[in-house]
Structures are given as C-alpha cells and as structure tokens.
Design a protein around this ligand. Structure first.
Ligand SMILES: Nc1ncnc2c1ncn2[C@@H]1O[C@H](COP(=O)(O)OP(=O)(O)O)[C@@H](O)[C@H]1O
Ligand SMILES: [Mg+2]
Length: 408
C-alpha cells in the first residue's frame, strides 16, 4: 500500500511529494505515472520527496526515483528512516542520489548548558557527547555545512572533535559532537610561565599543521571567494570603488588547497595531556594560512593594544601585555625567525590584513556606529592599501622559509 500527496510551490517552482507506506512491484507503476504526470504539468525546477512515512521500497520503487532523477537533476529525497536509508545505501543509490536521513529528535530540557555564543548554545548531551544547538535564524544548509566542515577536517587528519549527526530539538537544529575533556589553551597557558611557552609552541604547531594539510577540491569553499562574496554586505557602507579596492587586496593572497579554520585563537583549542584538539569548525574553508594568521594578529595586536584592558581580558582571556608576548613569540616560532625587525614587519602587515574581519563586523554594528567604523578602515587600511599589498607580497615570500604550501 502506498499513498502519495503532491504539492507545488509556484514562487520557487518547487514540487514536493510525500510518500507513505510501501512501494513495491504492485504499486510502482501507478506511482511512476502519478509523479510523472504532475512533473510534466508543473515543470518544476526542483523536486523534494519526503520519505518520512515511507516504510519500505523495493527495486521497482528505486527505479521510479532513478527515472525521475534523469528528468530533474535537482531532486532531493529527505527524512528517510534508518531502514529505508539502508536500502538506498546497500544498493549504492545513496551515492547517485541526494538522499538525507531523518533527523533524530532530542530534548534539551534539563540539559546542562556549557556555553552560550553568537551561533547558539552548547549543551552536555550525554557523558561523552555535546550538542551545539543553533539559533533558529540560522538556515539548515548552513548547519549541515558546518557539520560537513568538521567531518572533512577530521577525515583529513586535523585533530578535531568527532562529528556525529544533525538533530532536531523542537524548532531548532543542532549537531552532536564528541565531548572533549581537558581545558582551553588559554586557561592552560595562564596556568604557569612554562605552560605559556608550551602553549605558544603548540599554537605555532597547529597553524603549521593546517597549512600542511592539503584537501581534495570541491568539498570546501575557497576562503578568498567567501571573503569577496561577503564584501557585497558592505554596499552602502563603502563606495563601489572602495569595495573594489578591498577585493584587489584579497586577490593578492594566493588560492591554495590548504585548510583555514576561520577563528583559530586559543579559546577554540582544547588541550588535554599535552594533546590539542580544535573546536568551533563552523568557518573552515580552503585557503592560505595567512588568513588565519591575520585574524590572530589583528586580535592580539591591534585589538589588544587599542581596546580597554577589561574588554581585552574578557574577549581573549589574556592581558594586553600577555597578548604582545604571545604574538611576538608565536610569529617568531611560526616564521622561524628571531629577527625583531622581521617580526615587527610581519605583525604590522598581518594586522592590517586582519582588518578584513573588522570590515565584516560593521554591518552587524548598531547603525549609528557604522560610519565611524568605516572611517577607521579608510584611515588605517584603505589609505595605505598600495603599501599593504607590497608588504603582503613580502610576507608571502617569507612562507618559503616555513616550508609548507608546496602547491605554489
Ligand atoms: N566538543 C566539545 N567538548 C567540550 N566542550 C566544548 C566542545 N565544543 C565546544 N565546547 C565548549 O563550548 C564553548 C563554545 O563552543 P564553540 O564551538 O567555540 O562555540 P562558539 O561559536 O560560541 O564560539 C567552547 O569554548 C568550549 O568551552
Ligand atoms: Mg568558539
């Protein structure tokens, strides 16, 4: 027995079909006819088939989906039960069709909250798992992408938490991850002078490891494209020609197949028994290590030296003086140089590149602050853009002594 409900969303030219019961040789032909007639009549641009109530599908049923996919490249099968998904998986259909398993429902009532951040909250789900529950304003694709990013990095050998499944908690979505023991690298480093020095070495090691990890093409986005795309959010805050200038700055950075974390500071690194693990992989992309280095430098140099001490301590967990010490020694370790002039040059060049980060924070600032922030960028970055491009090229040359990024 099977039942079929068909719907069409005119605005998005999207056809949806909900199936229930069993599809086998007895009803596959009728299903095929009904689906195809509706498809021909509506000529949709995309088709989503909801398998939530589907109990079983035989080979005759699988062929119905295959036939539909030939007509419509943009076909998604969603909400497959574990049993139905197994049929698609064992036959290889999961490799040729876009099929997604039903999300597990969990309840977050009564769970201990570990942290509250910009994207949502982190809860302790079990003794060995946490769940990151995203705000309901964040689209499903972005959350699913986040999980895939952690997965790709993990599979490529980056030390990060094991990603489990995407789940539903009421009207919000989340991702389950392995719970890590240990402490953040910040807390560890504050512990003793010896830990401070060990922490700096560990930080340089993990930056090297990301820059040494070459990824397959096509899975992750190119960070440079992401940065350039986001410049569109700044229309109205900057002039067209200023945005063009910022794009040209991004173009100085070579595209590479290495990993960029996107927010690689000591608070997103966990240390336990001397082993480190990266968390918060929401912004992982492909790109040159200079992107991550520039954000760290911006925070530990420009931000740490200009914001009030209390604000710096709250955001980075270190005093401005500790920030200066950490950054200088980190840059010295990373670039394998003890030359003070080189270190100063690298820090001032990377700090200005890190202002890209400040640029993207402008649209989320209260409206009355935006023009002041934009003026700071004009004063500190745009006015010296030619010099900054030249300096960046020199710093890019210095990566040769680091011995990574073998692709260029
Ligand atoms: N896998 C994990 N195991 C243990 N604690 C975690 C894990 N992931 C995150 N946390 C804790 O939650 C905090 C926030 O997580 P994070 O993913 O960095 O979110 P945000 O986007 O808010 O920065 C971390 O600083 C850490 O204390
Ligand atoms: Mg974080």
């Amino acid at each position: 027995m099977k039942e079929l409900t068909l719907n069409f969303d005119e605005e998005n030219k999207k056809m949806t079909a909900e199936l229930s019961g069993r599809i086998d040789a007895n009803n596959a032909i009728t299903l095929d006819t009904e689906l195809n007639d509706y498809f021909e009549k509506k000529a949709p641009e995309s088709v989503v088939i909801d398998l939530k109530y589907l109990e079983y599908v035989s080979s005759a049923g699988l062929r119905v989906f295959l036939k539909l996919q030939k007509k419509c490249r943009n076909l998604r099968l969603i909400n497959a039960s574990a049993d139905v998904y197994e049929i698609f998986s064992v036959t290889g259909f999961s490799e040729i069709m876009n099929i997604e398993k039903a999300l597990r429902d969990i309840s977050i009532d009564g769970l201990d909250i570990i942290s509250q951040g910009m994207m949502g909250e982190i809860y302790r789900l079990t003794d060995s798992e946490i769940v990151k529950i995203y705000k309901d304003t964040i689209p499903e694709e972005e959350i699913s992408e986040s999980r895939k990013k952690t997965r790709s990095a993990f599979v490529a050998g980056i030390p990060t938490m094991i990603p489990f499944d995407m789940v539903r908690a009421g009207n919000r979505l989340g991702v389950v991850y392995e719970m890590l023991g240990g402490e953040s690298l910040c807390d560890f480093m504050i512990g003793s002078e010896e830990n401070m020095e060990t922490g700096i070495e560990k930080l340089a090691e993990v930056y090297h490891q990301l820059g040494d990890t070459h990824m397959k093409a096509g899975v992750l986005a190119d960070h440079k494209d992401v940065v350039k795309n986001r410049l569109k959010d700044l229309e109205g805050i900057f002039t067209e020609s200023e945005i063009e200038t910022l794009k040209e700055l991004a173009d100085v950075i070579p595209a590479t197949d290495t990993l960029v974390h996107g927010d690689l500071h000591c608070g997103n690194i966990i240390i336990k028994d001397g082993e480190i693990t990266l968390i918060d992989m929401d912004d992982v992309d492909l790109g040159h290590p200079i992107w991550d280095l520039s954000i760290l430098t911006f925070l530990f140099d420009i931000f740490a030296n200009s914001a009030p001490e209390k604000v710096v301590k709250k955001a980075l967990h270190f005093s401005p003086e500790q920030c200066r010490h950490i950054l200088r020694n980190f840059i010295s370790d990373y670039f394998k140089t003890g030359d003070d002039a080189d270190i100063d040059f690298i820090i001032s060049t990377l700090g200005r590149l890190g202002m890209f980060r400040r640029v993207f924070l402008i649209p989320v600032q209260p409206e009355e602050n935006r023009s002041n922030k934009a003026d700071e960028i004009r004063r500190d970055l745009l006015s010296v853009i030619d010099q900054e491009k030249e300096s960046l090229n020199k710093v890019l040359d210095m990566f040769k002594s680091v011995g990574e990024i073998s692709t260029f």
